[in-house]
Structures are given as structure tokens and as C-alpha cells.
Design a protein around this ligand. Structure first.
Ligand code: PBG
Length: 307
């Protein structure tokens, strides 16, 4: 009766992986219980997910090597995997909110989120132009929200302008505003085969030691037109979630990332922790810190627990 914080299924956004082909459901080794689905099976899974009360999914594509190139041109192919999937999901499960990922790393041979020059430096502004094209193609397919996850400067403003110019005034932007260059993303990069082939992401993602910078990044994204701001990862950054919440009236999301998921699954598989209790305690801590929404690979499990 006097509990201050509650976790409900309405708080959850379920990240899901789509791949090409038919009749395929392949478990991700470092993320037990998470799968790459071909579109036909993904549609079935989304119907189930919706039935257990989840309102929204975040969609990530697994792009085959032969469709990758230096500049990620496949990312804005109107008939690409994501665009095709969005159209099919909208038809099959119209009530589910679709959030599409706007970043180049699944589409580039080098695995970086941006264009790379001859010295291996990631180029901000030319990348932003491609991100705007990619977001437009996703909006055109029917995405409800686009979610720039790359941390290039100025991308939220460029995407907002591109969407508005083409009449997509109702497509929202979920901005990965304070995204840290984190080792917790390892299992996700396995899932997508998207680990960077050289260097790291520290020139565009944030340093774990910084919190004022997070507030600055959030402020910029809001000024540029973000509708929801996100902190990522979640558990090691609860203080950042808290500070961001204090500094904005926009909804704040937290991304309970792949490494956080993998650690709980691994310990539970060894019988070292009580999996269900640790999941719920982790997610409630994110809400208590200030998250209004949580992207989590536990979404379906938690929805079933809360039923
Ligand atoms: C990249 C992207 C990453 C994640 C979501 N989008 C990884 C990265 O920045 O290298 C990580 C998600 C997770 O670990 O669960 N655009």
C-alpha cells in the first residue's frame, strides 16, 4: 500500500532481432532466451508479446555480410529487412508500437556507427546525412518511433527536420542521449555480428567517468526535438538516470542492455542467484532511479511474472 515505486508491463519495451529467411529461430549464445527470428516467426512472437500486454518493441536487424558495405547503403533501402519487417508487423499486429533503430553499425563492414575516413576516424556530419535517410525510410514503412542509437552530434535535429519535411510529423524520436562506450554491449554485438573491426566507439559514445556530459547531451537532444531521452546502459548508470530525470520533464528511458541480461542469465544458470527476484529487483531499481520506460530483454518474462 505504501510502496513508492511499481513496475508494470506498461513500462517495458522489448528489443527484438530480425533476420532474413523463413522458419528460422536461432538462439543467441551469449543471450540465452533471446533469438534472431526470421520475419514469419517474428510476427508470431510479436503477436504473443502483445497478448501478454507489452506495448512496444525495439527492432534490430541482423544483416548478412554480403549486404554490408563501407557506408551502410542497405540501411535506407526501402525494401530492406527493417523496412519490410515494419510493414509486415504493422499489418499483423497493428496495436504494437514499433521503435526502429537508426544507426549504421549493423550495415557497415567495419562495424562502426558512422562513415570512416582513411585514418579510421569516424566522420560525424556525413554520417548524420545517412541517418536522416534511414529514419525517413523507416517512417515511410510505418515506424512509430525512430531511435538514433549512434551518438553522432546533431542527428536528432537532422532527423526531426527530415521527418517533418516529408510530413511524418507524428513519428517520434526516442534519443539514445546519454549512451556510454560500454563493455556491456558485448553480447548484443554477437547477436548482430556487429563488433567494430578496429578501434572503439569512444569518439562518439561517452566516457564512463562523466555525468555532467550526460546532462549536456540530453539538453542538446531535447533542443533538437527528442520526444523521449534515454540513458544506456542502465544498472551501472542509475545515478545518470536519476540526474537526467531531475533535469527534464520528458519521459526518460533506460536501456537494460545485453551484458546486464547475460550476467543475470549466467549466474542463474549456475544456480547462484534467484533469477526472477534479481530481474524484478534490477528493473525496479531503474524505475526508482527515475526511468519511466525500460528497454529490456526480460520484457516478455517479466510480463508473464506480472500477470
Ligand atoms: C549500436 C547499438 C548497440 C546497442 C544498441 N544499439 C551497441 C553499440 O553501440 O555498440 C547495444 C544494446 C545492448 O547491448 O543490449 N547502434
Amino acid at each position: 500500500m505504501v510502496r513508492e515505486t511499481n513496475l508494470t508491463v506498461d513500462d517495458l519495451i522489448y528489443p527484438m532481432f530480425v533476420m532474413s529467411g523463413e522458419g528460422q529461430k536461432v538462439e543467441i549464445p551469449s543471450m540465452p532466451g533471446c533469438y534472431r527470428y526470421s520475419l514469419d516467426l517474428l510476427l508470431k512472437e510479436i503477436a504473443e508479446v502483445s497478448q501478454v500486454g507489452i506495448n512496444a518493441i525495439a527492432l534490430f536487424p541482423v544483416i548478412p555480410e554480403h549486404q554490408k558495405d563501407e557506408t551502410g547503403t542497405e540501411s535506407y533501402n526501402p525494401e530492406g529487412l527493417v523496412q519490410t519487417a515494419v510493414k509486415a508487423i504493422k499489418k499483423a499486429v497493428p496495436e504494437i508500437i514499433i521503435i526502429t533503430d537508426v544507426a549504421l553499425d549493423p550495415f557497415t563492414t567495419h562495424g562502426h556507427d558512422g562513415l570512416v575516413d582513411e585514418n579510421g576516424s569516424v566522420l560525424n556530419d556525413p554520417t548524420v546525412e545517412i541517418l536522416a535517410k534511414m529514419a525517413l525510410s523507416q517512417a515511410h514503412a510505418g515506424a512509430d518511433f525512430v531511435a538514433p542509437s549512434d551518438m553522432m552530434d546533431g542527428r536528432v535535429g537532422a532527423i526531426r527536420q527530415a521527418l517533418d519535411n516529408q510530413g511524418y510529423i507524428n513519428v517520434g524520436i526516442l534519443a539514445y542521449s546519454a549512451k556510454y562506450a560500454s563493455a556491456y554491449y558485448g553480447p548484443f554485438r554477437d547477436a548482430l555480428d556487429s563488433a567494430p573491426k578496429f578501434g572503439d566507439k569512444k569518439t562518439y559514445q561517452m566516457d564512463a567517468g562523466n555525468s555532467k556530459e550526460a546532462l549536456k547531451e540530453v539538453e542538446l537532444d531535447i533542443a533538437e526535438g527528442a520526444d523521449i531521452v534515454m540513458v544506456k546502459p542502465a544498472l551501472a548508470y542509475l545515478d545518470i538516470i536519476h540526474q537526467v530525470k531531475q533535469n527534464t520533464n520528458l519521459p526518460v528511458a533506460a536501456y537494460n542492455v545485453s551484458g546486464e541480461y547475460a550476467m543475470i542469465k549466467a549466474a542463474a544458470a549456475n544456480g547462484w542467484i534467484d533469477e526472477k527476484k534479481v530481474i524484478l529487483e534490477s528493473l525496479i531499481s531503474m524505475k526508482r532511479a527515475g526511468a519511466d520506460l525500460i528497454l529490456t530483454y526480460f520484457a516478455k518474462e517479466v510480463a508473464l511474472m506480472l500477470m
